[in-house]
Design a protein around this ligand. Structure first.
Ligand SMILES: NC(=O)c1ccc[n+]([C@@H]2O[C@H](COP(=O)([O-])OP(=O)(O)OC[C@H]3O[C@@H](n4cnc5c(N)ncnc54)[C@H](O)[C@@H]3O)[C@@H](O)[C@H]2O)c1
Ligand SMILES: [Zn+2]
Length: 348
């Protein structure tokens, strides 16, 4: 598995237009420059982004529409954020028993994370990523002008995934994030490659998640997925709160010292994110779920085996460990953090 990223400043000149099926986020038609590029493809399929697109019930309808293009299609190009990437990748993996797929991520989240690594995913009945395939892209186009056109909100939403990567990757990446212009929604472009590399290094060692190494990339995702599905929070923000959950538990379990976690808080752009979250008291929503609700989501977690879940803890930036925990332990920790939050609010 080699690094298949192709970085460019502008949208590339496309040679095999007729044999490429473009599956793209219809939102992109609102940006004139990108619309012009999209409409040069005779075989193109617009979709509405979001978790609804990944819902399996819609699939037969999409497949029927897509089969119209199938006789001329030699490869699929997927252009959009993570939801379009998951959907498009899945579709490419089943049409004709698998057609080559290239990804062109248009959100920070997809550019950093979801477009790489070959995991495709569909939701079933509101439960996330219950069905999917491994279908590795043959190329991932990282286009500067497309990614830099995103509004501030998109970087805010991707913050959790960037922080996850930095916690796995180590101190250097954490420092890099301090220099980004979060208020304008821009990262330092030259840093992106280092972040993407963290994912490739891990996927390379365990592409099909057989050795437990790839589990590291689930940091922040156990509670993150519960919150994303149940509270309708964007993926990257749900992961941000999932990371706080994992960090707090790591401290509680004495895997990380309290001092170190305080340092970590100081180093990161948490305050920017925290201020925005605080305004709508999202934390109170996240910690207001019933136990039975959380349990029903955790039982659907793919990492769950007989009530045991491979959980990610952080010892220090650059050192993430996996420990098997029982779902009841997660619930107990949730209650503990819930109480701590209540006490915090009482002192304010
Ligand atoms: N397969 C994987 O390995 C993997 C990893 C992480 C996340 N994911 C999945 O990715 C999804 C989240 O990704 P996402 O946040 O990119 O989702 P998304 O596709 O829903 O995009 C978020 C929003 O950004 C908009 N958008 C797309 N391009 C834009 C642009 N250039 N400028 C402005 N807005 C733009 C979309 O229309 C949408 O409203 C989740 O479904 C998650 O499960 C998958
Ligand atoms: Zn994720």
């Amino acid at each position: 598995l080699k690094n298949i990223c192709q970085f460019s400043d502008q949208l590339p000149k496309w040679k095999d237009k007729k044999s490429t099926l473009l599956i793209f986020d219809q939102y992109l038609l609102k940006i004139p420059r990108i619309m012009k590029w999209i409409t040069q493809f005779p075989n193109r399929y617009a979709v509405k982004s979001g978790e609804g697109l990944k819902e399996i019930g819609q699939l037969p309808n999409h497949v029927e529409n897509l089969l119209k293009y199938i006789s001329v299609t030699q490869k699929v190009l997927v252009m959009g954020g993570g939801s379009v990437g998951d959907f498009g990748g899945f579709v490419a993996s089943i049409l004709k028993r698998g057609i080559a797929v290239e990804q062109m991520p248009t959100t920070w989240l997809a550019a950093l994370d979801s477009s790489h690594g070959g995991k495709t995913a569909m939701n079933v009945g509101g439960y996330k990523n219950q069905v999917g395939t491994y279908h590795f892209p043959t190329k991932v186009w990282i286009v500067k002008s497309v990614l830099q056109s995103q509004p501030e909100q998109r970087l805010f939403e991707a913050s959790g995934e960037f922080m996850k990567t930095a916690l796995i990757g180590g101190e250097k990446l954490l420092k890099a994030m301090q220099n980004w212009n979060w208020q304008k929604g821009q990262i330092r472009w030259s840093d992106l490659k280092d972040f993407i590399d963290v994912k490739y290094q891990i996927v390379k060692k365990d592409p099909f998640e057989k050795k437990g190494i790839r589990h590291q990339l689930n940091l922040g995702h156990t509670m993150g997925h519960v919150w994303e599905a149940h509270c309708q929070v964007p993926h990257g923000l749900a992961v941000f709160h999932g990371l706080l959950f994992d960090l707090a538990w790591s401290v509680q379990k004495k895997m990380m010292s309290a001092e170190r976690s305080v340092d970590l808080m100081d180093e990161m752009p948490w305050s920017y994110i925290w201020d925005r979250q605080f305004q709508n008291q999202l934390d109170q929503t996240l910690y207001g779920l019933s136990e039975s609700k959380i349990k029903s989501y955790l039982l659907k977690d793919k990492k769950n085996k007989d009530g045991m879940i491979q959980f990610t803890f952080v010892m220090r930036p650059g050192k993430v460990v996996i420990r098997e925990v029982h779902i009841d332990e997660i619930l107990r920790e949730y209650r503990r953090q819930q109480r701590a939050l209540q006490e915090l609010y009482e002192t304010l």
